[in-house]
Write a protein that binds this ligand. Structure first.
Ligand code: SF4
Length: 291
């Protein structure tokens, strides 16, 4: 993949509505494009305007300079989200370490973070994450399956689920809140009780505190077209089934979604796992006075 350096104008984007799901106040992307190339990735959608999503990575070379200025100006220490449009720990991070350096800065300014990743590379920043978690840090590993062979098809260049689970274990053992974003669940591929059971059981064994399920996927414009091309190649016959079931629909719940949600929730309860993210609670005035 080609790497291109760009200058960003702004780094921290405000999350306009109160986000009751991840509790985010700000969103941050240090790169554009993603090297993991998951076949279902929504970031390919035309609305995000990332042309060449599968061919080049843009590196925001002035990101750290911007971040320092923006953090210094923020009056509200809300949760900063990483990982919405790309994986902050994709391979290029080894070379550039933008995420690592940004986290050090976030720790310095005392902001809370929520990270979504598919990579065990997150462990390179273990010490920084431990420092941030004194305020609040939550690391969500996306697992759509724990079958490494299936993951190699649907998430071809991401670290395998077994590596993600091993990283989760390390974070949990160091007292860092971690869990699973079980999303998407691909219709006719991953929407079965065996898959959900395996994810919940292995996540529980790896120290997951929460699992956030979404029994379905989104499909639109060029992202749909890319996904369907991959289906033709990887799962012959499935494209037609998708087209018949979902047509032009954007939000595509798996068949029997409610039953599968209930199944997942019951299983999580049995393993002592919650299905809502334990959110950051900002310090109350009394606590602030004592600090
Ligand atoms: S890791 Fe996330 S952002 Fe990257 S390709 Fe996969 S789904 Fe898209």
């Amino acid at each position: 993949m080609k790497v291109r350096e760009i200058e960003a104008k702004v780094l921290l984007a405000h999350v306009p509505q109160p986000d009751t799901y991840f509790g985010l106040r700000y969103n941050m992307n240090l790169y554009r494009g993603c090297q993991h190339r998951c076949i279902y990735c929504d970031s390919r959608s035309a609305c995000y305007g990332i042309d060449g999503f599968d061919t080049e990575i843009l590196v925001k070379v002035n990101a750290l300079e911007l971040l320092r200025k923006e953090l210094a100006r923020k009056r509200v220490k809300g949760v900063i989200g990483l990982g919405s449009m790309n994986d902050p720990f994709m391979p290029i991070e080894r070379e550039w370490n933008l995420t690592g350096q940004a986290l050090v800065m976030i720790a310095e300014f005392g902001f809370p973070v929520h990270i979504i990743t598919k990579s065990d590379l997150v462990l390179k920043d273990l010490d920084t994450l431990r420092a941030i978690s004194r305020t609040y840090a939550s690391i969500s590993f996306t697992l759509t399956t724990v079958d490494d062979t299936l993951a190699a098809k649907v998430e071809p260049l991401a670290p395998r689920p077994s590596a993600r689970l091993a990283a989760m274990r390390v974070l949990a053992d160091h007292g860092i809140q971690t869990g699973v974003t079980l999303m998407p669940v691909l219709p006719f591929i991953e929407d079965n009780e065996e898959n959900i059971t395996a994810v919940v059981e292995q996540a529980a064994a790896a120290g997951a505190r929460y699992i956030l399920p979404w029994m379905g996927m989104s499909l639109r414009d060029r992202q749909r077209e890319y996904f369907y091309q991959q289906l033709e190649h990887l799962f012959p016959g499935l494209r037609q089934r998708y087209e018949l079931t979902y047509g032009e629909r954007y939000s595509c719940a798996v068949p029997h979604a409610s039953r599968l949600y209930h199944f997942c929730e019951t299983l999580c309860q049995q393993h002592g796992i919650v299905t809502r993210l334990p959110l950051y609670a900002s310090p109350q005035p009394e606590q602030l006075r004592l600090l």
